[in-house]
Design a protein around this ligand. Sequence first.
Ligand SMILES: Nc1ncnc2c1ncn2[C@@H]1O[C@H](COP(=O)(O)OP(=O)(O)O)[C@@H](O)[C@H]1O
Ligand SMILES: [Mg+2]
Length: 269
Amino acid sequence: MLTEVTATRYVTPMREGGSLPGLVEADDLTSYVMKFTGAGQGRKTLVAEVICGRLARRLGLRVPDLVALDLDPVIGLGEPDPEVQELLKASGGTNLGTRFLPRALGFDPLAYTVDPLEAGRIVWFDALINNVDRSWRNPNMLVWHGELWLIDHGASMIWHHNWRGAPAWAGKAYDATDHALAPYGPDIAAAAAELAPRVTPELLAEAAADVPDVWLVDEPGFDDPDAVRRAYADTLLERAATIHERVTLPERDATPNRRAPGWIQGAGR
Ligand SMILES: Nc1ncnc2c1ncn2[C@@H]1O[C@H](COP(=O)(O)OP(=O)(O)O)[C@@H](O)[C@H]1O
Ligand SMILES: [Mg+2]
């Protein structure tokens, strides 16, 4: 279960982010980036955020705390932007909160180096969940207190849009050619040796149990929320075993210390 808190003030929309997340304050006196059930991307985006975010945390990757954030749309009545008004009105009830990391910087490959082991863990994890949203164009990583934090796992586990095709995803490849960490020589084999054995049925069940029931009810083809949770866990369990054999990385320059692809090497010249 996620901790449940209630939003007390809508502060401002986040400048970046296609789903129009907002900065809010909650009754635990903490600020959160709120992601809305009423956003066009739908509630499955939030399910993916919870399962993947909580799994990542349990595997030792840095992800901000997640909470179930209750919204009474009345708190946004003074909000001048009609788009935000609509979003708040459509999102009464349980939404997702990601603990706001104050003064975090967006990941900048020119300013921050990632060692191959850490890069490997993150690329392996993204391969496991089939995250298509960590490219160098849109890294969805923050640097906070000198360390790398992962955010935004909403565009992963594409198989949950068509459960009948889910079993086939266990054997499908992951294209990391455009991954933001591909230039750092990610050590996928080391990451798999370390992390794959830790992706047990118990761990996956724990991560899936964190998803609020309200985002899982009425899923076509399933009797109840727990059956949906099992489907998520089953697909990830199968994928964890061998996904490291099917990660495509870009061709690398053989010269050591010249790992960066052309777009980085050329930058600033
Ligand atoms: N926990 C956080 N702390 C600080 N900034 C955040 C946090 N979460 C998101 N952001 C900022 O908000 C932007 C949008 O959030 P994100 O989760 O990527 O939403 P979207 O799904 O709309 O892309 C991020 O690119 C980042 O700049
Ligand atoms: Mg994003």
